[in-house]
Design a protein around this ligand. Structure first.
Ligand code: ATP
Length: 370
């Protein structure tokens, strides 16, 4: 079956993964993974090296069959279908083009294998090369193209058979930063134009935040969180997610009572889950950009005094190390250049800061929690 607009054939998600496990010998690379992806979504698997994201992608493609669990695509179970019988196009990190074939032949390879008429193939390849911005490069060989151009050819080749699913395995990580940023936007645009359900593996949080409709954050073979980029950034489900995505301050705290945590001498109001009880050790998390220094009044909650220990100029903003509770810098805070100038922020200055209760996240303090 082919067709970028292939309907799921049944109401429900386009791709459904049920309790997937993958063992390599005694090592569990995937542990009971369940996930649903809707038709037309752009989903990123994000996580550190070795978390299992590539293994999951390869299971979807049938390149590495799972040890247990089931996979459904467009309402059909594909768990044990060989890769060649599945409906996907794939792009790998290394461009994986045939070096002895020119661009046209690379892109048209799958179409030729299918025995399509020559004229039809020529038209389709031309359309695809136009789509990826390489209309003039059909006669060139891979060695005559830049890394970014080769990866565009790989994308065109993956789309040649109009697959229902586009799988991208770290497609940008071999490219230099400028090309990567450019191609990021292009792939996203391409997806918006074609609407093909897309799954991309990446370890680059910026890539995931800018490209994905939803991000699946993975760690050690399990899913830590599934959410939109905003949800994952603003409401990380665990200390791991808060640490892996963006910059976060972690502060040790002890639950003081309902909706209150003590951080050293400071009593902080926060949204506290009911399962935390008084005396529980917790980790408080807050993003540097959420630390407030302007418009602090007597009624502003979670206000305390902090000493500026260091100021790092980062172009459009300053990252300021704040010492609280009389100790070493415990809190990083990002302030605009204007705020730094207007408030005269400099090393040694003592000033009030506030941590808005709705910006504080509270996690159990696991032995290994930062
Ligand atoms: P990376 O970004 O480094 O590729 P990843 O999150 O994609 O990381 P996977 O390639 O999915 O990680 O690997 C997950 C774990 O499974 C790793 O610890 C890896 O060493 C292990 N693993 C993967 N493939 C095999 C294999 N064929 N045999 C044994 N172990 C494997």
């Amino acid at each position: 079956m082919t067709g970028a607009n292939a309907s799921s054939g049944a109401s429900g998600p386009y791709l459904r993964i049920e309790r997937l496990n993958k063992q390599f010998g005694s090592f569990s690379a995937l542990k009971d993974i369940s996930l649903e992806i809707n038709e037309g979504e752009f989903v990123c698997f994000l996580g550190p090296s070795g978390c299992g994201k590539t293994t999951l992608l390869r299971a979807i493609a049938g390149l590495d069959i799972q040890t247990s669990g089931r996979i459904f695509q467009a309402g059909k179970e594909i768990s044990n279908l060989p890769s060649s019988h599945r409906d996907f196009g794939i792009v790998f990190q290394s461009y994986a083009l045939f070096p002895n074939l020119n661009v046209t032949s690379n892109v048209g390879y799958g179409l030729v294998s299918r025995g399509l008429p020559r004229v039809e193939i020529e038209t389709r390849v031309k359309d695809l090369l136009r789509l990826v911005g390489l209309p003039e490069s059909g006669r060139k060989y891979p060695s005559q193209l830049s890394g970014g151009q080769q990866q565009r050819v790989a994308v065109a080749r993956a789309l040649a058979l109009s697959p229902g699913l586009l799988l991208l395995d770290e497609p940008l990580s071999a490219l230099d930063a400028r090309v990567r940023a450019h191609l990021r936007v292009e792939i996203r645009r391409l997806h918006q134009r074609l609407g093909v359900t897309t799954v991309m593996v990446t370890h680059d949080q910026e890539e995931a935040l800018t490209m994905a409709d939803r991000i699946v954050v993975m760690n050690q073979g399990v899913i830590e969180q599934v959410g939109t980029p905003t949800e994952v950034y603003r409401k990380p489900a665990s200390a791991f997610v808060a640490d892996f995505v963006g910059t976060t301050n972690f502060l040790p705290g002890v639950v003081a009572g309902p909706g209150h945590v003590r951080f050293g001498e400071i009593n902080l109001a926060c949204e506290l889950d009911v399962h935390f009880g008084p005396g529980n050790d917790v980790t408080l998390a807050i993003r540097p950009e959420d630390v407030v220094i302007r418009n602090i009044g007597p009624a502003t909650p979670n206000t305390f005094s902090a000493r500026v220990a260091e100021v790092e100029f980062l172009g459009s903003f300053c990252r300021v190390g704040l010492a609280v509770n009389g100790g070493d810098p415990a809190l990083l805070a990002d302030f605009s250049i204007n705020a730094v100038r207007d408030l005269g922020i400099a090393e040694g200055k003592v000033m009030p800061v506030a941590l808005p209760p709705d910006r504080l996240r509270v996690f159990p303090r696991a032995p290994k929690t930062p």
